[in-house]
Design a protein around this ligand. Structure first.
Ligand SMILES: [Zn+2]
Length: 242
């Protein structure tokens, strides 16, 4: 009896450990896909053959958004099992904090298998991005992504820019992130979608999307809304495939 108990404890410990590693890997991979989606970084060589979307957006990589969105669906379904809701950025750290609850679920092994399958999909899609290297930031001079081993202090970009610490490169990455929103009127949104995604969506439809909360937008006063580009691209893609 005691042996069986010990065996079970070891098994639970193993599940917990694997679950934690999987959540960590997923977070890293999804951050990368997100950066690819915004064309801040490129996919590695050896990734799956690129399928061209029906229309060619200038600012975002819709295929990356799709990959991100599918993985997010799996993450939110598993998270919903322990009563957590939100996007993957919110969910993954909160899931890590609630590992005990996740492991105690009767479906724990299946949930874990689904999450592991997502990490495999993301890894295959991203291709070889040399795992020993981490994205340190973006070069403030040439805007190229800079990858370095985690322990490195000084930063050197291929363009010749150097810095004694990682701060300026991280700051530039932050700056790039903050550019990922636009503040526009519904008419401005219609124009933006036409110019950047090559799709005609009239002002009235834009307004409906905004009012129905389809774009995660925040009112910014004077009839303007601040909208994440990701939400626009997703909604337009959904709209186009209807
Ligand atoms: Zn540079």
């Amino acid at each position: 009896m005691q042996e069986m108990q010990e065996g079970l404890t070891a098994l639970t410990g193993q599940l917990r450990k694997t679950y934690a590693t999987t959540l960590h890997d997923l977070a890293t991979l999804m951050r990368r896909v997100h950066l690819v989606a915004y064309k801040i970084i490129k996919r590695g060589r050896g990734g799956a053959v690129r399928v061209r979307p029906a229309f060619a957006p200038a600012l975002v990589d819709l295929q990356a958004m799709d990959v991100e969105s599918m993985a997010e669906t799996t993450v939110s379904e598993v998270a919903a099992g322990i009563g957590l809701w939100g996007d993957w950025q919110t969910l993954l750290p909160r899931m890590t904090a609630r590992l005990t609850d996740l492991c105690e679920r009767p479906t724990a092994a299946d949930d874990l298998a689904r999450l592991q399958a997502e990490t495999r999909v993301l890894r295959a899609w991203l291709g070889d991005m040399t795992d020993s290297q981490q994205l340190t930031g973006i070069c403030p001079v040439c805007h190229a992504p800079i990858y370095q081993p985690p322990a490195a202090h000084s930063v050197t970009c291929r363009c010749g820019w150097t810095s004694a610490d990682q701060h300026p490169a991280r700051l530039e990455l932050q700056r790039q992130w903050s550019r990922l929103h636009i503040t526009v009127t519904p008419a401005g949104l219609s124009d933006w979608i036409r110019d950047n995604l090559g799709v005609q969506v009239n002002r009235k439809t834009c307004m409906t999307w905004l009012l129905r909360g389809k774009l995660n937008a925040v009112q910014a006063g004077d009839g303007c809304w601040t909208i994440p580009l990701a939400a626009i691209a997703r909604q337009v893609q959904r709209h186009a495939s209807e």
